[in-house]
Ligand binder design. Structure first.
Ligand SMILES: C[S@@+](CC[C@H](N)C(=O)[O-])C[C@H]1O[C@@H](n2cnc3c(N)ncnc32)[C@H](O)[C@@H]1O
Length: 274
């Protein structure tokens, strides 16, 4: 089933990767192929290799490697001319109630991008002690009431998204409760999928795959990811391996932000292999 997913900053992705006949591009976050399709529209005879860790996405016509880009070193051996990371979850994952990613639907606390993985968000809550859970909420959610929320979550061990939402709302004072709930959901999702560690490993493995002149484009959706990308590119530039093409991250124009709310927090960074 093809899901509606409008690719974010797709014009910029096409502009930076500039797909050409006979060249090969690696889309490390294939999703429903929104960006990959744009690359093919621009240059029908380029080759796109897709990777995604979610087994529910893609269609039977798509050639996708099912895997984690954190294992990129083992997944792809051929050299490529451009690489894309469009991080985070897809609108399909968010909009599918059973996946447990969304605050909007009551569902088991799952949040696994790869359903063959054992650890769910509920398992993580059960297995982490209060201190560890507080650290997850603080580091990955940047939540100031992290300790207080962790205490309540460990007391009640929520099994569903709505139970968790209620616990967070009751644990904290004030009226900015919705933001806190969103931050706690984000933190759990990052921890369950080990997103930041995978990003570091994926970026490190991506650069050696690039041919000279090839480009790497990364779209991130929160500051924790963007910081990793920014520093990684800086280090690589210092070592004479990459040249940064975006002094400041590229943001979606107002019109795109209006049409596609997912694009609002997006930051795109691009660099070229020397
Ligand atoms: C924002 S969506 C990509 C959407 C895609 N660019 C499109 O236009 O259809 C992110 C996708 O990356 C996948 N993903 C996230 N982390 C991953 C990882 N570590 N390894 C492989 N795929 C990952 C998710 O399963 C999701 O399908």
């Amino acid at each position: 089933m093809k899901q509606q997913h409008i690719p974010v900053l797709s014009n910029k992705v096409v502009e930076f990767l500039n797909p050409q006949t006979g060249k090969t591009y690696l889309d490390c976050t294939y999703g429903f192929g929104g960006h990959a399709t744009k690359l093919k529209v621009q240059s029908a005879k380029c080759k796109v290799i897709g990777i995604d860790r979610d087994r529910d996405i893609g269609t039977s016509e798509d050639q996708i490697i099912r895997g984690n880009f954190g294992d990129l070193k083992d997944l792809v051996k051929e050299k490529v001319d451009g690489i894309l990371f469009d991080l985070g979850v897809s609108s399909y994952q968010i909009d599918e109630p059973s996946r447990g990613f969304s605050i909007r639907f009551d569902a088991p606390l799952d949040m696994r991008m790869d359903k063959s993985q054992k650890l769910t968000a509920y398992d993580l809550i059960v297995k982490s002690d209060e201190e560890e859970l507080g650290r997850i909420f603080k580091e990955y959610g940047e939540e100031r009431f992290s300790k207080r929320i962790a205490r309540k979550v460990k007391e009640k061990l929520p099994k569903t998204t709505f139970e968790l939402k209620e616990i967070v709302e009751k644990a904290i004072p004030g009226w900015k409760k919705r933001e806190s709930v969103a931050r706690i959901f984000q933190a759990l999702r990052i921890a369950v999928n080990d997103e930041l560690e995978n990003l570091k490993k994926g970026l490190a493995a991506a650069v050696p795959l690039l041919n000279p002149g090839g480009r790497i484009v990364v779209i991130s959706y929160h500051s924790l990811e963007d910081r990793i990308v920014k520093w990684f590119f800086k280090e690589q530039e210092k070592d004479g391996i990459l040249k940064i093409l975006t002094k400041k991250p590229v943001r979606a124009e107002e019109e795109e932000q209006k049409e596609n709310p997912r694009s609002r927090p997006a930051k795109l960074r691009a660099a070229e292999k020397l």
